[in-house]
Design a protein around this ligand. Structure first.
Ligand SMILES: O=C(O)[C@@H](CO)OP(=O)(O)O
Ligand SMILES: [Mg+2]
Length: 412
């Protein structure tokens, strides 16, 4: 009774790029949940469709009534059934009639409303009341590729992971210290640097990949020494964005690499810089090259599939069958519902793939993924380092840790 849905409201709000997105409120007899959908710029081909034709305005004018009339009277606690109903109303394989972003916002808001109906935070509702593990924050320091301007590096994201941090506060402040350090190292190298940032709050400098890699390494070392915490460099290469159908084109560098050269290039970066994590080093259609790199470097580095798996359990299974990677990005709006997201997390864990719950480049101040990372026991959360829409999640993790009994950092 407490969690019976009484109303569903949908509105158009701003995302961090200034584009419209969807926010949903779900009201139950004894609770309330609100969630907003993010949007990607470097999206995977096999992701569900974010918005129906007609965009957010169509959702407000037409879709809201359809969804609310189906959901009112259902129990928010029955999230599997609700997700099923949402997919049935949509009726397409890629969720293009309601839009994956609409569905994910409804699904997340419903879960939050169910949790609130029992006076629980979402992470406890999903993961149990004894949850006490906090994920490590993978913070974005330098933006390139599709998330930055023309002269920025080709590699999309230079990230860091404060693996030596003992609690979340130490971890997020270590990341912000590295961000500041990298800013001053960039200024020292390029006196014309304006301090510009990319879509995820990382610096967007006029640097080559090599220059960015060495600044990243230096900052990890120096800040690590200053704070007495080990901080490891990580990358998201977003290689699908560079793939032209036959080779990887590094525009900024003015070079192209064939498949074998790409594998060697990534392996060399992993060895030289002691990379802890490399996401999408290979384009999304090439499971074999992914597997080859994982065979070569997977014992010392997390090789993570984002565009490759698009949070889809069936596609992940294809990857598992060939040993394509050892880690997977988890973005709820790539697959559309929270229950499907969780199914993918479970499959990943059962097969030794490290799940990394992640933001999108276009975000809102919605903090839901902080709860998902904790509730789903994802040992890493990728949600930037700075910027209002990024710190919304990081600060929520600080609050979550405060409320736990005997909190500890996850096992990585
Ligand atoms: O590639 C990525 O991992 C993400 C988030 O960092 O970017 P986008 O949301 O643009 O897909
Ligand atoms: Mg990615």
């Amino acid at each position: 009774m407490d969690s019976i849905i009484e109303d569903v409201r949908v509105r158009k709000i701003l995302d961090s790029r200034g584009n419209p997105t969807v926010e949903v409120d779900v009201l139950t007899w004894n609770g309330f949940g609100r969630a907003a959908a993010p949007s990607g710029a470097s999206t995977g081909i096999r992701e569900v469709t974010a918005f129906p034709e007609g965009g957010v305005d169509k959702i407000i004018s037409e879709v809201e009534d359809v969804i609310s009339s189906e959901l009112i009277g259902m129990d928010a606690e029955d999230l599997n059934d609700i997700d099923m109903v949402l997919k049935e109303i949509d009726g397409t394989d890629n969720l293009s009639s309601l839009g994956g972003n609409t569905i994910v916002a409804v699904s997340m808001a419903t879960a939050k409303a169910a949790a609130a109906s029992y006076n629980l935070p979402l992470y406890k509702f999903l993961g149990g009341i004894t949850k006490n593990e906090i994920p490590y924050p993978l913070g974005n320091m330098i933006n390139g590729g599709a998330h930055a301007g023309k002269n920025a590096p080709d590699i999309q994201e230079f990230l860091v992971l404060p693996v030596g941090a003992e609690n979340i506060t130490e971890a997020v402040f270590a990341n912000s210290s590295v961000h500041k350090k990298i800013g001053s190292l960039i200024k020292a190298k390029d006196s014309t640097f304006t301090g510009g940032k990319g879509d995820e709050g990382g610096w967007a400098p006029n640097l080559t990949n090599e220059e960015a890699l060495s600044i990243q390494a230096k900052a990890c070392e120096e800040v690590g020494d200053e704070l007495g915490i080990e901080i490891k460099p990580c990358l998201d290469m977003a290689a699908s964005e560079m793939w032209d159908g036959s080779k990887y084109v590094y525009e900024r560098e003015g070079v192209s690499r064939d498949i074998g050269e790409q594998i060697d290039f990534v392996k060399e970066i992993i060895d030289t810089y002691n990379m802890f994590y490399v996401e999408d080093p290979i384009q999304e259609g090439d499971f074999e090259a992914f597997a080859e790199l994982t065979r070569k470097s997977g014992d010392k580095c997390l090789i993570c599939g984002d565009d490759l798996f698009v949070t889809n359990a069936e596609i992940l299974q294809e990857g598992i069958d060939v040993g394509a990677a050892n880690s997977i990005i988890i973005k709820p709006n790539q697959i559309g519902t929270l229950s499907d997201t969780y199914a993918t997390v479970k499959l990943a864990k059962a097969n030794g793939y490290v799940p990394v719950v992640s933001h999108r480049s276009g975000e809102t101040t919605d903090e839901t993924i902080a709860h998902l990372a904790v509730g789903f026991a994802s040992p890493i959360i990728k949600t930037g380092a700075l910027g209002g829409e990024r710190i919304a999640k990081l600060n929520e993790l600080i609050r979550i840790e405060e409320e736990m009994i005997n909190p500890k950092m996850a096992d990585i």
